[in-house]
Design a protein around this ligand. Structure first.
Ligand code: ATP
Ligand code: MG
Length: 265
């Protein structure tokens, strides 16, 4: 079988935790440059899908291919190396490091293990370090973090920390960006600003993005295509409009505004 045309091709992915089937026969095809949303209620399996795709968890069965390469059994480091970067629903920053240093970590990871040891204190190191700082500043600016670069990560509100995570993910120069509820903890104004930034990253850098989000308005507005997960299973997929009008989705997830706080209309 060939998977040549697709950036990401996921086939019948399954993840079991003991008796619980968290993800059941999940499939997805992403083309270069797409912006796709993965939605569904709490516990639907969205983060588990991300954990599988980023190598954090190993699948029970199924396969996924990135640029035709089977990466199903790749470690997180290997997955990062082929060009998949992610953010975490539970933020994972180096709390005591500054915003800038948290972003710079991405470059150091990219250069591999021996990087610091082999060229530490050499002229080349200083040169590279300068370039890295400059690059990190650019990503900070892109994510509207310029004024915060010297702040320790732990001092920032959640919304700002999420933007640091995105900056760090972008700094690994990924081909595919996985965002797990990037707007969680943000107020409406911050959310709107983040949406603009994500659109900008998508458009300017032709970045392929898969985004998990609870905020329905946000994904409907942002994504070209949506998948709906429910109890580990794909309930529906299509354009935001198709999803909004899908009887299965309305019944199982969106509900009427009175019955369901996640309702979209
Ligand atoms: N490491 C784990 N060990 C055992 N069960 C897990 C593990 N990770 C997730 N689960 C279970 O798998 C199911 C799917 O969880 P997951 O976190 O993927 O859902 P989600 O769609 O991201 O939900 P939320 O919207 O709350 O973030 C849940 O029932 C959860 O309790
Ligand atoms: Mg989750």
């Amino acid at each position: 079988m060939t998977h040549k045309k697709h950036l990401l091709h996921v086939v019948d992915l399954v993840k079991r935790f003991g008796g619980l089937v968290a993800v059941s026969d999940y499939s997805l095809t992403l083309e270069q440059g797409e912006l796709v949303g993965l939605i569904g209620p709490n516990g639907a399996g969205k983060t588990t899908v991300f954990n599988l795709l980023s190598g954090v968890l190993k699948s029970s069965s199924g396969n996924f291919f990135f640029n035709s390469q089977n990466i199903t059994k790749f470690s997180p480091a290997q997955t990062a190396r082929v060009g998949i970067a992610r953010t975490f629903q539970n933020i994972r920053l180096f709390e005591d490091l500054s915003v800038l240093d948290n972003i710079k970590v991405a470059f150091h990871m990219h250069h591999g293990k021996g990087f610091l040891n082999t060229i530490f204190h050499t002229k080349k190191f200083r040169q590279t370090e300068k370039e890295i700082t400059q690059k990190a500043m650019e990503f900070a600016e892109l994510m509207n973090l310029t004024e915060l670069i010297h702040e320790p990560a732990k001092k920032l509100p959640y919304g700002d920390q999420r933007r640091v995570e995105i900056a760090r993910a972008l700094a690994t120069n990924p081909k595919l960006l996985l965002l797990d509820e990037p707007a969680a903890g943000m107020n409406p104004q911050e959310t709107a600003e983040l949406m603009r930034t994500i659109k900008e990253i998508h458009a300017k850098q032709d970045m392929t993005i898969l985004i998990v989000e609870h905020d329905m308005r946000l994904v409907m507005n942002l994504c070209q295509r949506l998948q709906v997960l429910n109890q580990g299973q794909l309930l529906a997929q299509g354009t935001p409009e198709e999803i909004q009008n899908s009887p299965e989705v309305i019944k199982a997830y969106l509900g009427s505004p009175k019955e369901n706080p996640h309702a979209i209309c």
